[in-house]
Design a protein around this ligand. Structure first.
Ligand SMILES: [Fe+2]
Length: 393
């Protein structure tokens, strides 16, 4: 059996109503918090006031910065980290989807380095290797979407506004100390966001399974997450107030997040290519992967027929009259049919990608997403990525 390791250091409070645990546990992280919340929505939904009130009841002083936008930018992190330092905060709280959680991690990290610019630590920056850095300040995340898995990973994805790249960065210190996953906060997510984030969960799980660093531990998480997405995403999209479907999707998201984070499997070329589209176009994260996934599966299935055949089976297309190789080859079709079930049939041009962006996107794959790309079961070179992007256009 394969040798592997994992650690799940985040204390997770999971379930309906668990946001109330903020009151009980926030003060263990410090006396003063910088609460970073998604722009407009968190205030409109009343979540901002609720969490601020719970933090204050815990005895924590709160500074609010509720201006986190989708796809957070380096300049935002720099400004918010300076605010953290000016206000002498002790920890960050990220309230919202992946953007707010990633912002909380990046701000806690940059503030611990004394501020400056986060670009220094992104791929291509002077200290992209995160050598000799100080540990991030403590981080609490409260997720309001079932996507990104950020509550279970050390990764923070920040857009570099100088070169339009969107790398993921992180180390052991940027794992949240406390994560709250409360599906009651997800009941009002609009169908389009539920769809996009749910598709992201599916990709995290599927990619963790077809990564060359998959382990028995991450396989377990990935398989369960895929099963739960297939059973519940449709209901969560069409019947948003269904608490049980929201809970199951939240659990699928947490499992898949742990698989690609603390479980030490990872995403593969699909996320590597998807991120580079996101850096160029600001397109929703889940859709960027959907646009490149089918060419990726068609290209790579032969690298491990047993694993790709299992993907086909997990997606519900396990025709036993077919051979293992036939099932593996069918994985692209199985995925296409699965995405279509959720109304997702998308090309890169639908996301605003133009042919001339393929070269810089390919550069970005190798410069900023070489890690996930190298987790692919098939080694892919520059020509391969260009060809896959052209096919996906
Ligand atoms: Fe993702």
């Amino acid at each position: 059996m394969k040798i592997f390791e994992f650690a799940v250091p985040t204390k997770v409070y999971f379930g309906a109503g668990e946001v109330s645990k903020v009151e009980e546990h926030a003060s263990s992280l410090g006396k003063k918090a910088l609460l970073l919340a998604a722009k407009d929505t968190m205030r409109q939904l009343g979540f901002l006031d609720k969490v601020k009130g719970l933090l204050e009841k815990s005895g924590v002083e709160v500074v609010v910065s509720d201006d986190v936008s989708p796809n957070p930018r380096d300049v935002d992190i720099d400004r918010q980290a300076q605010l953290f330092l000016d206000e002498k905060c002790d920890f960050t709280v990220g309230l919202g989807g992946g953007s707010a959680m990633d912002t909380a991690k990046a701000v806690a990290f940059l503030a611990a380095q004394g501020g400056g610019t986060i670009r220094k630590y992104l791929a291509g920056g002077d200290n992209a290797g995160l050598e000799n850095v100080k540990d991030a300040f403590p981080i609490m995340v409260i997720t309001t979407t079932a996507g990104t898995g950020s509550e279970g990973t050390p990764w923070w994805v920040i857009t570099n506004t100088e070169n339009h790249e969107k790398p993921g960065t992180g180390n052991d210190s940027t794992v949240a100390k406390i994560a709250i996953v409360d599906p009651e906060l997800m009941l009002t997510i609009p169908p389009s966001v539920t769809r996009g984030t749910g598709i992201d969960v599916l990709f995290h799980a599927m990619e963790a399974y077809i990564a060359n660093i998959a382990t028995p531990f991450t396989d377990l998480l990935a398989k369960e997450a895929i099963k739960l997405v297939l059973e519940n995403l449709d209901t969560a999209i069409n019947e948003g107030s269904n608490l049980e479907a929201r809970s199951q999707m939240a659990w699928a998201n947490t499992l898949a997040g742990i698989a690609i984070g603390e479980g030490t499997s990872g995403t593969v070329g699909i996320h590597a290519m998807g991120h580079s589209i996101g850096g160029q176009t600001d397109a929703p994260h889940g859709m960027t992967m959907a646009s490149v996934a089918l060419p990726y599966m068609r290209k790579t299935w032969s690298a491990d027929t047993a694993r790709y055949a299992e993907v086909t089976r997990m997606l519900g297309f396990g025709d036993e009259s077919k051979s293992e190789a036939e099932l593996a080859e069918y994985s692209a079709v199985a995925l296409e049919k699965t995405l279509e079930k959720y109304g997702v049939n998308i090309k890169m041009r639908d996301l605003g990608v133009k042919e001339e962006m393929i070269e810089p996107m390919t550069d970005s794959v190798f410069k900023t997403m070489a890690g996930p790309l190298s987790c692919s079961l098939m080694e892919l070179n520059r020509e391969d990525i260009v060809a896959l992007y052209k096919e996906a256009l």
